[in-house]
Design a binder for this molecule. Structure first.
Ligand code: SF4
Ligand code: SF4
Length: 128
């Protein structure tokens, strides 16, 4: 399996959106995993990650320097919207939204390595 992971030197999706989700995702008694102390209330139904409900968002759980080296401090406990934002599309191509967000934040586009599978689509079997 290809291990190319541009997220490790990106992080812009964690500094662009208000990351909001149903409150139960931050309630362990409801099966939630997100640490409640890292969230803030939006209304009776929704909370968001602290730091993302402001003009220049940056999730409180994002560690490191955007565009250089980043990680999520609660990766295994992150909310559904974090899990649902795809790096790869179903056809194996890069999510074009990643490139758009990177451009907005002044980062160069992600360049896939020459040996990446999406640069080397399988060829048709040769017929003898
Ligand atoms: S914007 Fe795309 S490449 Fe950048 S961290 Fe988010 S998912 Fe990864
Ligand atoms: S919880 Fe993690 S993945 Fe989600 S926005 Fe924050 S840093 Fe990014």
């Amino acid at each position: 399996m290809d291990d190319f992971n541009p997220c490790l030197s990106c992080g812009v999706c964690c500094t662009h959106f208000r990351v909001s989700f149903y409150w139960a995702e931050a309630d362990p008694f409801m099966g939630g995993t997100v640490p409640a102390e890292l969230t803030e209330k939006i209304n009776d139904r929704f909370v968001c990650m602290k730091g993302t409900n402001q003009k220049n968002p940056r999730c409180i759980a994002l560690e490191g320097t955007v565009g250089e080296c980043v990680s999520c401090a609660i990766y295994d406990k992150r909310s559904n919207p974090c899990r649902d934002f795809p790096l790869w599309m179903e056809d194996g191509s890069l999510n074009p939204e990643c490139q758009r967000l990177r451009q907005i934040h002044g980062l160069p586009p992600i360049i896939l390595p020459d040996d990446h599978p999406t640069n080397n689509p399988p060829t048709m079997p040769q017929v003898a």
